[in-house]
Design a protein around this ligand. Structure first.
Ligand code: NAG
Ligand code: NAG
Length: 483
């Protein structure tokens, strides 16, 4: 285009000046418009999507965004629900799926629904069944302490005969697919699918054998494919599917080919009263664990210190960071084989061991940045959500489950590809931003977490889901009772 303009200008030299001015003017306007459009575009688009969701009007089964986003009003209708869960937490702090089940069913029972859980105790010891107001927990273990599904199904039929269940819910394959086939009114919540696990095996392979020099077949990766094929085949034995991230919902529709109307996204929530910003508690925590007052940025990581939680990656990335930034500090909460290696990293690292549940929120409070190096894209890590509730920005791999659901805005933190260089770059930009910007990002995280990841929102989304499955009247949104 430039050459053409020049030819044109030479030929019509009399018009040269006016042409040049008009070109400059046009270009100026064009660039200004482009600049104005592009720079805040992402933000505007997000705002728009947000507004779209808030204004949603229609059948809930057609939503593509998490149900948590909506605000459901109270209901007088009471449900009778059956739940199959691999375990039920006994005593100390439960983790992962178990914690999700415990939080959810206690909340639904507290809302007045009759909840019957068929499961085994998490400690694998004999326990009496639990009958706590609306919550009934039946233990049906076999000799090894895992669920004896025949026995659990017998219990289920007994309670069912006493007034039929409105709906049946299974946490992953706790109700196996060959049984689920016989239960038409069943919904399953997937906490991780093999399509995601395959990605994680792929990343692990690339990380542990970057140049393909190690001998031997990639067994883990090779074994993932048949598992995935098998899963795609049996998933259709379940009628309704709930995913805990947007990307898993898309996978179920696009890869597993399930009917979009039978796939729903309901995100996990954590107790928003337990995880709150408390700067003073954070300072006390820093003091108690001897963190020097002159450090510039305190980063933290929490969870089991094992290979597939990405500790080899963090170990290498942080070694490089500590050399270049002696005032950056890393707090490591949790136990596992990598604990000892971290403690050899020098004075910039402190390994705290496993924390009591009551200390966990103060640990988050003590940080400037929460780092989650996980190599497992499946499911959603509750620690990310807990840190956000405590007002901390997060630094985490750019897996679809994370960027599509948790770190949906750059203003919430930093992402990296699961390799050392990319990880170091992300850490560098967090350090460059410094505590003040980190704090601002943390406040944005807190706001987002409160709008999406609370136990209250999760319970009310599940409640509405089961109501909608029982009576399609409840699939309409908003109802006059909705907020
Ligand atoms: C499971 O329970 C059934 C009774 O419902 C029993 O016959 C069977 O032996 C149990 N299986 C195991 C492995 O405990
Ligand atoms: C922080 O202060 C201690 C002494 O209190 C000193 O040894 C250390 O080098 C200082 N660190 C930095 C990064 O300034």
């Amino acid at each position: 285009m430039g050459t053409k303009h020049r030819t044109f200008s030479r030929t019509f030299s009399s018009k040269f000046l006016s042409f040049r001015y008009s070109t400059i003017l046009t270009l100026f306007i064009l660039f200004t418009v482009l600049f104005l459009l592009l720079s805040p575009l992402r933000h505007i688009r997000e705002q728009f999507i947000l507004a779209e969701q808030l204004r949603f009007n229609g059948d809930l089964r057609d939503t593509k965004f998490p149900w948590n986003k909506l605000c459901f009003g109270p209901t007088f209708e009471k449900l009778k629900l059956a739940v199959f869960s691999k375990t039920w937490p006994i005593g100390a702090a439960p983790g992962g799926m178990e914690r999700h089940a415990y939080t959810l069913y206690n909340a639904l029972a507290a809302k007045g629904h009759e909840v019957h859980v068929f499961t085994v105790p998490s400690d694998r010891k004999p326990h009496q069944d639990i009958h706590d107001d609306n919550l009934h927990v039946y233990f049906a273990a076999n000799d090894h302490g895992s669920v004896n599904i025949s026995l659990a199904f017998d219990n289920f039929h007994q309670v069912d005969a006493n007034g039929g269940f409105d709906y049946v819910h299974t946490e992953s394959v706790s109700l196996p697919h060959w049984r689920a086939k016989l239960v038409p009114n069943v919904a399953v919540t997937w906490h991780g699918i093999w399509y995601e696990i395959m990605h994680s095996k792929l990343f692990q392979e690339l990380l542990s054998n970057p140049d393909g020099k190690l001998p031997g077949p990639m067994t883990d990766l090779q074994e993932a494919i048949p598992r995935l094929v098998d899963e795609i085949r049996f998933f259709r034995s379940y009628n309704q599917h709930i995913c805990i991230s947007k990307s898993a919902g898309e996978d179920l529709i696009n890869i597993y080919q399930l009917p979009p109307r039978n796939v729903h996204v309901i995100l996990n929530g954590v107790d928003e009263a337990e995880f709150v910003p408390d700067p003073e508690a954070g300072l006390r925590f820093r003091k108690k664990h001897g963190i020097p007052g002159n450090v510039s940025v305190v980063m933290g990581v929490a969870g089991r210190l094992v290979r597939d939680k990405g500790h080899p990656l963090l170990f290498e990335a942080f070694s490089s960071i500590a050399r270049r930034h002696p005032s950056v500090f890393l707090l490591v909460a949790g136990s596992g084989p990598w604990g000892r290696r971290y403690s050899q990293l020098g004075p910039n690292v402190k390994v705290l061991g496993a924390l009591e549940p009551s200390e966990l929120s103060h640990f988050y409070d003590a940080l400037d940045l929460f780092v989650n190096p996980t190599m497992r894209p499946q499911g959603l890590d509750l620690t990310l959500i807990e840190a956000m509730h405590c007002g901390k920005p997060v630094l985490t791999p750019n897996y679809p489950s994370i960027v599509g659901t948790v770190l949906v805005d750059e203003g919430f933190g930093y992402t990296f590809s699961p390799n050392v260089n990319s990880f170091v770059e992300a850490l560098e930009s967090a350090i460059r931003d410094g505590p003040y910007i980190l704090q601002r990002k943390g406040m944005a995280c807190k706001e987002y977490a409160l709008s999406m990841f609370t136990a209250t929102k999760m319970a009310s989304a599940y409640e509405r889901f089961f109501l909608c499955m029982k009576n399609t009247r409840y699939c309409q949104y908003p109802l006059p009772t909705d907020c």
